[in-house]
Structure formats: C-alpha cells, structure tokens
Design a protein around this ligand. Sequence first.
Ligand SMILES: [Ca+2]
Ligand SMILES: [Ca+2]
Length: 263
Amino acid sequence: MQLRQFTTGIAALAAIASVLSANSAQAFSFKVTDGVANPWTGATNQGAYSEFSTLAGTTTVDFNSGQVPTTGFAKYSFSNGNSNSSVRSDMWAPVGAEGEKNTSNYLEVFQGNNVIINLAKSLNYFGINWGAAHTGNTYSFYNGNTLVKSFTTKDIDQAGGFATYSALHPGSNEDGAQRQQNGSYYQGNGYVHFYADSAADIFNKIVISQAGGGGFETDNHSFHEGTGKFDFDTESVPEPGLVMGLVGVGGFFLRQRRRVKSA
Ligand SMILES: [Ca+2]
Ligand SMILES: [Ca+2]
C-alpha cells in the first residue's frame, strides 16, 4: 500500500513518505485474492488455500486434525491457555475460493487470548484464509522481538476490501462488513497474502490477536521460507502434478524457477 500511495502520490504525501522512510526502511505489503480449492485434493469445503501452497519452500497448516501444531516448522501457542481461542468447526469458518461453506476445522481467536506462531526459519510470506471479518482482527509480524508490521481489518477495507462478503456470515455495520442489497451486512472473507518487500522485512514470529468483541476466524495458513523480498507477481506457482513429477529432478526445477524469476 505504501508503494501505491507513493506512485499515485500527491505532493502532500511526499513529505509523509520521507518521514516514513527516515523512520524505517521497511515496506511490507499485502494482497487479497479469492484463493484456491485444496490444491492437493481439489476439495472445496475446506476454505480457501493460498495460490502459493505448492511453491517450493511453502508449509501449510489447515487445522483439520482439530489441533494447532505445537512442534515442527510452525509452532503455535496460546497466550492464555486455549480456554476460549481454539480450533473448532462451526458456521463462522472462512468460506472457500468461490464462497463455499467450509465444514472443516479452523482457528478461532478471541480478545485476551492471542495465538503466537514461532517459525523455525525466517519467512518472507504468510498467507491466510481470513473469514467472517470483524473490527479489531490484528496480525503482528515480528523478527525476534522486533515488530516488523501490524495489520488490522481496517487496512483491508482501505485497500479495497475483502474478496467475498458472505451471506453465510451476517454481521453488523463495522470494519470488515458490507451492506448488501437485502439490507443485511455480510462479513468479509478472502485469502490474504502478507509479504516482505525487502530483506529488512523478513519475520519469524506472527501474533494473531483480537481487539474488542467478535472472533477472529482463519484457516489454511501458508508460510514461505525466505530471507529476501517475496516477489508476488513473478514467483512461479507450478501445478501440483508438476511438482510431483519434478521431485527427482530438483536441479531442473531450480533452474526453471530462476529463469522465470529473472524474466
Ligand atoms: Ca481447515
Ligand atoms: Ca469474526
């Protein structure tokens, strides 16, 4: 968003921009898409998955086991036990890429009980199926104990909104909800991609929190390892079948990737 503001900028913004850049070299971006059906099974009732799920170096957590992972690449913990925030399955699950009802388990976070995700390696990308959006849904990205960037529902609204406003998630007039023709407010859903624009923006810890009432519902978290810029537009995303076919010829795969990236 900062980039877009700068490039479409009016003179008044130039001063703000220079203050920001003096304060921090960081630029951290996000994009909202529909996401895709489960890229491994084709299932459409498990929420939306990242278009980058099958990119080499990406790990995806779908919560379908009913638990958060507490070992491995992404270790999840609750700041206050898991007395109210938890993995569950109910009507508030984030909807699928074409608005389908999600009948799988997902992660629910309430105020006062944050979810902390500690990563085994540095990341340059985190994607999430964000659903039933409420005011006060908050993501904070850290490198060690240093906050890289926070985002809230309002940031999505200001950038043009969510991909889908679902009748499955009736809500009230607030950040993340939009009035539809029948007079009801529907809450936002979509696949939201957060990514580093430079090596200064990589991160290894994510905190998911809720400020105020309502819950924060997410599913299908995807983590991409990286120590530099994540190029959203030119990262190649091979078809799942292609990845399977190239398992034994990683060198070829890497060469293809480099070629695409430098094109
Ligand atoms: Ca799920
Ligand atoms: Ca919610």
